[in-house]
Design a protein around this ligand. Structure first.
Ligand SMILES: O=P(O)(O)O[C@H]1O[C@H](CO)[C@@H](O)[C@H]1O
Ligand SMILES: O=c1cc[nH]c(=O)[nH]1
Length: 216
C-alpha cells in the first residue's frame, strides 16, 4: 500500500503481471493476484492518515485483510539517514488525533515484529537500511524547525504522513502492519532531494523488503 496510485500500478505490474484490477474508485486502482503462489493485493492509500484510515479500515473490516505493508516515501530527519536509503518504521510518533482511540492514553504505534524482522532479514549488504521510529504528520508543509531538530535528536529517522494510523488500525483490528520507506528528501539537508519522477520510480529497495514480509 503506497500513497501514490501510480506507484501502486507499477508495484502490481512488477510483482503480479497477471493481476486483476478490481477497483478504480477515485482513481485508486486496486490490483489482486498471486505473488509466489500466494494471494496479494496492491492499492494506494492516498496521502495522509484520514485517507489511509478509510482504505485500511475497510480492508480489515470487509475484505478479510490480515496484513498491510505500506511502501512509501519519507523525508529524512536523522543525520545518518541519506536520500535513497530505506527506513523500516519500528514505531510512529504522530501529531494526529486520528489515532486517539483510548481516552487519556498516548498509544505507542508499533510495527508487527514478525513483518519487521522478515523485512530486515531480506536486506542485502548493499542496501542502506535504517530501523527505528518515524513521525507521521497531518501537515506536509510548515514543520517547525526546532521541533524537527528535537525529533531528529531523539532518533526519529524520517517524516511521512500515514504510518501511525496504519499501526493503530492494525492493532484495533487484530491485524499486522509494517511501513517500509524510501528516503526521498532530507529536512536538514535538501541538496540531494529526489525529483518528482524519482519519487515515483525509486522504490525497489523498499519493495524488496516489503515483498519478503508479505508472506513471511
Ligand atoms: O510517497 P507516499 O507513500 O505518498 O508518502 C509520502 O508522500 C506524501 C507526501 O508527499 C505523503 O503521503 C507521505 O507520507
Ligand atoms: O511526508 C513527507 C514525505 C516525504 N518528504 C517529506 O518531507 N514529508
Amino acid at each position: 500500500m503506497p500513497g501514490d496510485p501510480r506507484r501502486a500500478e507499477r508495484i502490481a505490474n512488477l510483482l503480479m503481471p497477471d493481476a486483476d484490477k478490481v477497483s478504480d474508485v477515485r482513481g485508486i486502482g486496486a490490483y489482486t493476484g498471486e505473488y509466489n503462489g500466494k494471494p496479494l493485493s496492491v492499492m494506494a492509500s492516498g496521502m495522509g492518515q484520514p485517507s489511509l484510515a478509510i482504505y485500511a479500515s475497510e480492508l480489515f473490516m470487509f475484505y478479510g485483510v490480515k496484513r498491510i505493508i505500506r511502501v512509501g516515501t519519507c523525508g529524512g530527519m536523522a543525520a545518518k539517514v541519506k536520500v535513497g536509503d530505506v527506513v523500516v518504521a519500528m514505531g510512529a510518533h504522530t501529531d494526529s488525533s486520528v489515532t486517539d482511540v483510548v481516552p487519556g492514553i498516548s498509544l505507542s504505534h508499533t510495527a508487527s515484529w514478525r513483518l519487521l524482522s522478515a523485512a530486515v532479514a531480506a536486506a542485502d549488504g548493499d542496501m542502506a537500511v535504517h530501523v527505528g521510529p518515524v513521525v507521521s504528520r497531518d501537515k506536509f508543509y510548515g514543520n517547525d524547525p526546532a521541533q524537527v531538530q528535537k525529533l531528529a535528536d531523539m532518533g526519529t529517522l524520517g517524516v511521512e504522513m500515514e504510518t501511525a494510523a496504519l499501526y493503530m488500525l492494525a492493532a484495533q483490528h487484530g491485524a499486522e502492519a509494517l511501513t517500509v520507506l524510501t528516503v526521498s528528501d532530507h529536512l536538514l539537508d535538501d541538496s540531494q532531494n529526489m525529483s518528482a519522477e524519482d519519487r515515483e520510480l525509486r522504490f525497489q529497495g523498499a519493495l524488496t523488503l516489503a515483498a519478503a514480509a508479505a508472506h513471511c
